[in-house]
Design a protein around this ligand. Structure first.
Ligand SMILES: [Fe+2]
Ligand SMILES: [Fe+2]
Length: 329
């Protein structure tokens, strides 16, 4: 695919070969897989960036990986130009390389990035359907502007892009099992996944917090008071913005407003009892929780997850959603 698009492409099938090639040639862009057969691709990144005298020290590196670990991203975020999460969308990869080669700044081509991730459940044609929704988003100016406010810097924040991509995948997987598998429902999940954390998109440390009201209360003294307020209000801030735009599909604002609520009335910011949490929000809340669980537990299983949240997610809607999830694999 890359050879069809670009004039000169060199390939290395091992870390050793890659290290040899980068010492012999000057490259315009390097695509680097992390999980390689013999050694870790991160070694190549380390060599490139830790040795200022090497020919490709300033060459932009794009990481390709199936699973990107949050620690790796935090540690290395200033050392690569982009991340593509496998399985990836060919167009986004080509677009990213073209923009790097033409020297465009990330923000110019990254108003609305697209998730490159179909993990963890195989859902046929999901990426195509998501792309269709995003095409619609780009056609409507007001909606496009709303999405552009996300200000994701795809270069560095793989966490948010993976969070969005996985969230769409899990929410769609569950809703398919519940037989709510219409394109309209998928569209709502795409909107909610993109927009729910828009108020904290630039604060990766806040994005990673998943807490009950009590846990939040305990964190209060240890956090910067503005950050605490932002975290507490982020669902409301995003939902208020969404509700101003009539073109956003119905229910998206509610899902976003409720995405940190919990069925025992111990979520935030509204402490809603489970009867007030809508069925679509229920799917979104469970999907969001599972996405965090997957991120924190690389060896996760659906069974292990369902067992761990039995008490947390009590209540009729939630039981149904967990049952649907338990049938997914
Ligand atoms: Fe989130
Ligand atoms: Fe959130």
């Amino acid at each position: 695919m890359i050879e069809n698009q670009f004039e000169k492409v060199e390939t290395a099938t091992s870390v050793e070969m890659a290290l040899q090639k980068i010492q012999e040639n000057i490259f315009s862009c390097i695509l680097l897989d992390i999980h390689l057969k013999d050694r870790n691709g991160a070694e190549v990144l380390k060599f490139l960036k830790d040795n200022p005298e090497n020919k490709n020290h300033n060459c932009p590196v794009v990481i390709l990986s199936g699973i990107i670990n949050a620690q790796f991203v935090d540690k290395n975020k200033n050392r690569f130009a982009g991340i593509i999460i496998k399985p990836f969308n060919n167009d986004s990869l080509i677009e990213m390389i073209q923009n790097i080669l033409s020297g465009k700044k990330e923000k110019d081509y990254n108003d609305i990035p697209s998730p490159n991730c179909q993990l963890p459940f195989p859902i046929p044609q999901l990426q195509d359907k998501v792309n269709k929704v995003m095409d619609q988003v780009k056609k409507n100016n007001k909606v496009k502007q709303l999405f552009s406010e996300l200000k994701i810097d795809r270069n560095t924040d793989a966490f948010l892009m993976a969070h969005i991509g996985m969230l769409i995948n899990v929410a769609t997987g569950i809703s398919n099992k519940l037989e709510w598998n219409t394109d309209k429902t998928l569209e709502k999940f795409v909107y909610a996944a993109y927009l729910h954390d828009m108020a904290i998109a630039e604060k990766p440390e806040l994005l990673r917090i998943q807490a009950t009201t009590i846990e939040l209360e305990l964190m209060k003294d240890k956090m910067d008071s503005r950050d605490y307020k932002l975290l507490f209000d982020h669902a409301t801030l995003a939902a208020n913005k969404i509700d101003e735009i009539i073109e956003v599909p119905q229910d998206v604002g509610i899902m976003v407003r409720q995405h940190h609520e919990l069925p025992r009335g111990n979520g935030y910011p509204l402490r809603l009892p489970f009867g007030k949490i809508t069925p679509l929000s229920t799917v979104f809340i469970v999907a969001h929780d599972l996405v965090d669980y997957i991120w924190a537990n690389p060896n996760w299983t659906v069974k292990g997850y369902c067992a761990s949240v039995k008490t947390k997610f009590k209540g009729p809607h939630f039981a149904k959603v967990l049952y649907a999830l338990s049938e997914l694999s």
